[in-house]
Design a protein around this ligand. Sequence first.
Ligand code: 9YT
Length: 131
Amino acid sequence: MIIRKLSESDKAGRLIRSAGWESNRLILKNDGMGFSFHLTTIYAGAELEMHYKNHLESVYCISGEGSIEDLATGEIHEIEAGTLYALNEHDRHILRGKTEMLMACTFNPPLSGEEVHDETGAYPLQREEAV
Ligand code: 9YT
């Protein structure tokens, strides 16, 4: 059994900070669960264009308000506490934080932990997955 505490995330090297967001990566590839699990804060005013070509992701908003724009259709969906979005088609999107948002995120395949977005808004795959 794995037990992790958010309060120990920073000290344990699980807190990753990047432009517009920070993320506690609580479960990662080397935990052997088949997915990764993150608690991510999107900062107020952040505008993040992303395209997870190599991953499926679902995101549940715990608190805050914002929106997600589907870049394939131009549709904009409001996000508030209790909203989930799942990028089941590797959807290209822009996530906007109107206020600070706390999100619970899962990735399949799991992240290994060091990823930050590349220039295309994706996370690169680990070598053994990139076949
Ligand atoms: C909301 C969202 O896209 N989160 C992605 C996960 C987070 N940025 C991370 O841990 O890399």
